[in-house]
Write a protein that binds this ligand. Structure first.
Ligand code: FE
Length: 207
């Protein structure tokens, strides 16, 4: 089996937001799809390690902001590369509004948002699959939706931008953000300084 075929699946990128009490939070997901039109339902899977996962199980209410090709890497760093358990992802952030359901949605680097409530869940082990009723939706811009492929090709930082190295050196490149570490061996406990992903997300390349 060639697992790289999985990368040929085409899917979008989204900021999933929820609120419990006064706590706003959100995470990046790439799994949202419309599953039925009548009733209008969507589904998405969320890793159980994400705080948004637990908040959504509790509140049952959410927004999905659809990321566009105009999105900056910053939105991925803010919502995808840190945990709401450690930081307030909305602190110092003003690129959002609150919809009628009381949940935030992202207004920069997005082209629309969908509001919904949880209809059912399926335990998938590492993730929970949420099947949801769409309760509202708005178009924000005419910008094209970003695909996961577009993100890798155009949004994540280019290696040149994070430190170009001379030919002949052994380089470990972060497959998530493109950061390059120079050295024959990458320490097991290395954490990407840019996107905070672990050593297991680095690939070895010879320049
Ligand atoms: Fe990285």
């Amino acid at each position: 089996m060639d697992k790289k075929a999985m990368n040929k699946l085409s899917y979008g990128l989204f900021v999933l937001t929820a609120v419990t009490g006064t706590k706003d939070n959100g995470c990046i997901t790439n799994t949202a799809i419309q599953v039925t039109t009548d009733p209008n339902r969507i589904a998405f899977a969320v890793n159980k390690a994400n705080l948004t996962h637990d908040m959504l199980l509790e509140s049952k209410v959410f927004n999905i902001s659809i990321i566009s090709e105009k999105a900056d890497f910053e939105v991925f760093k803010r919502f995808g590369f840190q945990s709401g358990r450690d930081v307030d992802k909305f602190e110092g952030y003003d690129k959002f509004k609150r919809s009628a359901n009381g949940v935030t949605y992202v207004t920069e680097g997005t082209n629309s948002y969908i509001s919904g409530t949880v209809f059912d869940t399926v335990d998938l082990g590492t993730h929970t699959l949420f099947i949801c009723d769409v309760t509202d939706a708005e178009i924000l811009t005419d910008d094209r939706s970003a695909t996961y492929e577009y993100y890798h090709a155009n949004i994540k930082p280019k290696p040149e931008a994070v430190g170009k190295t001379p030919d002949g050196q052994v380089v470990w490149r972060c497959t998530i953000c493109g950061y390059e570490y120079v050295g024959d061996e990458l320490p097991d406990d290395f954490i990407c300084p840019l996107c905070k992903h672990p050593a297991s997300d680095f690939e070895k390349i010879i320049k």
